[in-house]
Design a protein around this ligand. Sequence first.
Ligand code: SF4
Length: 198
Amino acid sequence: MSALTELYQEIERCQDCELGKHRTRVVPGEGPEKTSLLFIGEAPGWHEDQQGRPFVGPAGKYLEELLASINLKREQVYIANVIKCRPPSNRDPLPNEIQACSKWLTHQIELIRPKMIVTLGRYSMAKYFPNQSISQVHGKARKQDDVIYYAMYHPAAALHQGSLRKTIETDMVKIPQILAQAEKLTEAEAEPQQLNLF
Ligand code: SF4
């Protein structure tokens, strides 16, 4: 059994916050064990809670369209959420729930070791771009400890607010180039350099 599968089993048993009592199914995340690109959304919604899979409702379909715009299928990237169980009535997750759940995402990242982490929406953005607003940091990348961090709006936000569609689509098409630069930088490790794409 792979380390990631073992981790899924641990997450499925988790009752470390109130949300564990309300879920139908836990939604650990899915994707290849080794991939360069990790997308992190917020929390499961109704569809995700029913199926135990991330991004399977309308926002998921839109995410698949966005991935197709850069010639990727969802099976080629890893997709996870900050919170692994659905908050009742899709309410915002509470700070103590985010805190309790963060260890699982940390373990996933340690196992997958992505080159680029793309945050979708404000909760995952807050983890990597603290005290910043999404309107300022979306579409910009920063590198830290050999990982590129890149913030985007959540696909659900673009579905509800048509004016964001162009923005999220423009931000998505920048990813291949940024990822290519990340790979080049990894190869050039002997010459320390900072990538600042702001
Ligand atoms: S939301 Fe996270 S911490 Fe809370 S019960 Fe589910 S897996 Fe555990």
